[in-house]
Design a binder for this molecule. Structure first.
Ligand code: ADP
Ligand code: TRP
Length: 327
């Protein structure tokens, strides 16, 4: 029997951070390792072109993200790893879906508004970004899409478009469902009301940060003046964020952590957390360095995935065109 299909992508826009890891990437690895899904993980290089870049930078970011995928444990033998731009069907389907998407729905997208997409000077790619994302997903008939919660609105559009196409042209696509982790939104260490993001470097821990960098950022994390280590999102967003990160990396439950750190001060929690993060990613840092020494190996892993994704998606787009009446 065919396993349920799982698809997700990450944009190559720089180093990955703890939010990317706990919200998405950690789940990619564990879902892959259950062997219960047919997994497709890709580098969303076309999406990443909606932000400023230079060709040299982009090529480096793509290789680096592929190295991140491999270093964290995504395995080309277990999952199809590929680059979005290598697969023409993504764009072909995106165009078809563009013709079925009302402008009003795209204008409502939070990410579009946050990125200033409604200004006259913004590129049109930012506007149609969610349509390409819908194409990425439904092209493979994904049942599940592991993402952080900032992507839920986009995923809802993918569901709507799959449904719309099916009702207009007959059953063709599967409606995808999101898969969230226990930490679908990791908050910034310095501003715990905002999500962790590389655009706020002081509050952002990168997966390949050195132990010294990790220590510096964690020790400076914003807390509160109560001096009690207890989980309370409303009144103690900073400490609660640290406890949540601690819990996701160590596997200990938050109430158990509250007991473990009872009577201790904030700097003891911070030292514990910074050691935990440093140790947790030690193997990743080592793997990534090794993998980056062999760029040819990275490219060949991707080309094998590209080949497989091209074949599957070419068959699907052919069916889609037939349904529409394109001959
Ligand atoms: P960024 O948001 O840093 O630009 P991407 O848009 O490429 O990164 O996101 C890659 C994945 O990481 C997505 O599934 C996204 O939802 C998830 N993600 C990003 N930031 C966070 C965060 N702070 N907490 C949880 N998940 C996140
Ligand atoms: N928009 C996603 C992000 O910013 C990246 C992405 C592109 C994606 N296409 C996708 C995620 C398809 C899941 C499925 O994180």
């Amino acid at each position: 029997m065919q396993k349920p299909i799982l698809v997700s992508g990450i944009q190559p826009t720089g180093r990955l951070h703890l939010g990317n890891y706990l919200g998405a990437l950690k789940n990619f690895v564990s879902l892959q390792n259950t062997n219960k899904y047919e997994c497709f993980f890709f580098i969303a290089d076309l999406h990443s072109m909606t932000e400023e870049f230079t060709p040299k930078e982009k090529a480096k970011q793509i290789i680096e993200l592929a190295a991140d995928f491999l270093a964290v444990g995504l395995n080309p033998k277990k999952a199809t790893l590929f680059a979005q731009s290598a697969i023409p069907a993504h764009n072909e389907l995106a165009w078809i879906l563009n013709t079925m998407t009302p402008m009003g729905e795209l204008r409502r997208m939070t990410q579009f508004k946050d990125k200033g997409g409604d200004q006259e000077t913004a590129n049109v790619g930012l506007f149609t970004y969610p349509v390409l994302m819908a194409a990425d997903i439904i092209l493979y008939d994904a049942k599940f899409v592991p993402v952080g919660d900032d992507q839920l609105q986009h995923l809802e559009l993918a569901r709507t478009l799959a449904r719309k196409f099916n009702s207009k042209f007959g059953k063709t696509f599967t409606e995808p469902q999101p898969l969230l982790t226990q930490t679908p939104r990791v908050m910034s260490l310095d501003e715990p009301s905002k999500k962790m993001s590389k655009s706020r470097p002081p509050g952002c821990i990168f997966m390949d940060d050195s132990p010294e960098e990790i220590h510096k950022k964690v020790m400076r994390a914003t807390t509160d003046s109560e001096s009690v280590i207890r989980y309370d999102i409303q009144t103690k967003p900073g400490i609660s964020n640290l406890l949540r990160i601690y819990s996701s990396l160590s596997g200990e439950l938050i109430p158990d952590l509250e007991k473990k750190f009872a009577g201790m001060n904030y700097s003891e929690l911070k030292i514990g957390l910074s050691n935990l993060i440093s140790n947790y990613f030690a193997e990743f840092r080592k793997n990534k360095k090794e993998i980056l020494k062999n760029k040819k190996g990275i490219i060949s892993a991707l080309s094998a995935g590209n080949k497989k994704a091209s074949k599957i998606s070419a068959e699907k787009i052919k069916k889609v065109k037939t349904k529409i009446g394109l001959i």
